[in-house]
Design a protein around this ligand. Sequence first.
Ligand code: NAP
Length: 337
Amino acid sequence: MALTGFLVRGLHCYRKNSCLKTNSVCFLQTFSPIFQLEEYGKLLSGSDIAEKIQTSLCDQVQKFKLHHSCFTPQLAIVQVGARKDSNTYIRMKMKAAETIGIIATHFCLPSTTNQTELLKTISHLNLNPSVHGIIVQMPLDSANMIDSTLITDSVIPNKDVDGLNTINQGKLAVGDLASGFLPCTPNGCIELIRRTGILIEGSKAVVVGRSKIVGTPTAELLKWHNATVTICHSKTKNLPEVIADADILVVGIGQPNMVKGDWIKPGAVVIDCGINSLPDTKSSTGYRLVGDVDFEKARKRASWITPVPGGVGPMTVTMLMKNTVLAALKSTLGNKV
Ligand code: NAP
């Protein structure tokens, strides 16, 4: 069934005038999933794609250094408190930065930090010309009330490599995908979808979840890639019926295995952003990570599906690195980037 879907889409694309101009590229992009089915068994590995992108970012930094010897992208990671999951994510970010040649500095503030103190730290980093990118690890683990939107908005837009500042989110909402920074998880989702070879333009996309960090910006990005987008949330009625119509399904709800395999349209591309921890006595850690989609059943229907872990997570980290390199290039070259 999935194979038939790709063949039909491929022939449709091949017949279109726009594609005739770039026949071979379009043909390969459209049919590549067929050839990859055998090789990857429908698994859309974020880990593999992230590794390739990180290698190319490393090359880009090295090449740029040949003409600008002082060029070294710098990322500041600000953390309040010491949540275990945040510590893990920060370790992954620091490791990726090192691989690429980015200097990442971890500013670890105690959980007693208040809003004024956190704003002061961000202000110093905003003013430091050697810092190109700033992220504040969310959620904040503070004993004090801190307004997280005020915090993300206090990072100046040209250092907002998380793409969470209202100015950068506004640019995305109106279709300016070039002058600001795209948020990392949504941008990672788009990159994953692109790598399947499916044509986003004209497809029906369903995004489940409407958070500021995942669902809403992913829907915006899909819209500006010319998909027809439906956004679902906790008040959506008949969720299985809405999902059944999706050529591209992106889920980010934080509900383990909630989206069932038989809801999925045969041949759909499924991107699972969820990261949920379930108790598991067989695991040495005592838990295992699962997504928001019932993976084992869904992979029997989907043409491509991301695993958890190893799907969207590594792409989020990599898109952060991509934004940091971009921020450093912009700071060196100005508007020429
Ligand atoms: P969030 O802020 O809690 O938002 C959850 C969204 O899901 C809300 O829009 C909510 O609807 C919707 N929702 C919840 N239950 C639902 C249901 N039963 N049916 C339909 N919609 C439902 O969470 P988030 O920050 O977006 O994160 C979502 C998941 O992605 C989490 O598992 C998180 O760990 C993961 N995540 C992963 C990455 C990564 O790099 N892989 C990055 C960020 C987040 P309402 O708006 O109506 O409440």
